[in-house]
Design a protein around this ligand. Structure first.
Ligand code: AGV
Ligand code: CA
Length: 307
């Protein structure tokens, strides 16, 4: 079977980096490019960690680009600094960052090139804000014809959001809130979009039971993953104390057996204004999309461990 071409757009968080590792472990996926959104990270950290992970997997032909689109609602600085921890881990220190894999164009330009030149329609997996894809499709609407599927960790449809700001009512998820207009534009583009919102990711907290089970696998990769997750157990208690496998669930959607996932379909809208900027909700006048409303956590965790 031919491999599925994937463009991965992430924003450098610990679960984003673990998602890159998982993606590189999936035998049916051909990673074409990595785009970095400078959102829940400092982009230098995200770039170095990305290049080092690619090097660990010998993925020397994957191009990487950093985005230059900045959303109006910055992530808390403590969250952005957290993934620097990964750079200090021995496996990262030993790996090499090959700067020649990093192109000088901004991420949305690389995304456009890679979608256009893909011989099969490409899948776009996004685990940060949607700004790069929204801009690429807005500038070049014809790209839609070569996109097989978009999977985006974003939104909170029928559950509380995770944004706690003075001018916000708590209904939005952070990736959707960072750049509310990009969120709106992505929905309005009417791509074959599957949202992976908090409704589903709430099923996958980074629990002590999960960490214990991971520790018992005992391979170099499971040890590395366990070390990365360990940095999240004191998660910055700015607004919540629990870290979830948000992005890892979105990544698993590309490979886990479909019976682990429950998908809803309907029309959704996104707000670009306070007090609910970035909220995504069901609305009959909205745009057609699908979202993951539930996930079977044990099946998803089995799949992760298998990889
Ligand atoms: O809202 C979830 C998104 C995911 O893409 N990110 C983190 C994941 O990479 C933002 C976020 C929400 N709560 C956080 C976040 C927390 N406690 N620490 C860091 N980032
Ligand atoms: Ca993320």
């Amino acid at each position: 079977m031919p491999k599925q071409p994937v463009i991965f757009d992430h924003d450098g968080g610990i679960d984003d980096l673990l998602s890159l590792i998982l993606l590189l472990c999936m035998p049916h996926i051909e990673l074409k490019a990595v785009c970095i959104t400078p959102a829940d990270c400092y982009p230098d950290d995200a770039l170095e960690s990305t290049l080092k992970i690619l090097h660990m997997f010998n993925a020397t032909d994957v191009k990487v680009a950093v985005g230059d689109i900045i959303g109006p609602n910055p992530f808390p600085a403590d969250w952005r600094a957290q993934p620097r921890f990964c750079r200090a881990l021995p496996a990262f220190l030993r790996s090499k960052a090959d700067q020649s894999q990093c192109v000088s164009e901004p991420a949305h330009a690389l995304m456009k090139q890679v979608i256009e030149s893909s011989s099969e329609p490409a899948t776009v997996l996004m685990t940060g804000p949607a700004s790069n894809l929204a801009a690429a499709v807005q500038q070049t609407p014809a790209l839609k014809q070569n996109i097989a599927r978009v999977v985006w960790m974003g939104g909170a449809i029928d559950v509380r959001g995770n944004v706690a700001m003075h001018d916000h009512n708590g209904t939005a998820e952070w990736n959707a809130y960072w750049h509310p207009q990009a969120t709106y534009d992505l929905l309005a583009a009417e791509l074959p979009l599957l949202l992976v919102p908090l409704d589903a990711t709430n099923r996958l907290p980074v629990s002590w039971d999960f960490l214990q089970a991971l520790s018992e696998i005992g391979t170099p990769l499971s040890e590395l993953a366990g070390q990365c997750w360990a940095a999240t157990v004191t998660a910055i208690p700015a607004y919540e104390f629990t870290y979830f496998m948000w992005d890892v669930l979105a990544t698993c959607v590309l490979g886990v057996a479909p019976d682990a996932l429950t998908v809803s379909k309907g029309k959704c809208l996104a707000s670009v204004r306070t007090p609910n900027a970035g909220q995504i909700w069901q609305e009959s006048t909205g745009f057609e999309c699908e979202w993951l409303c539930d996930a079977d956590a044990p099946k998803v965790i089995d799949y992760i461990f298998q990889l």
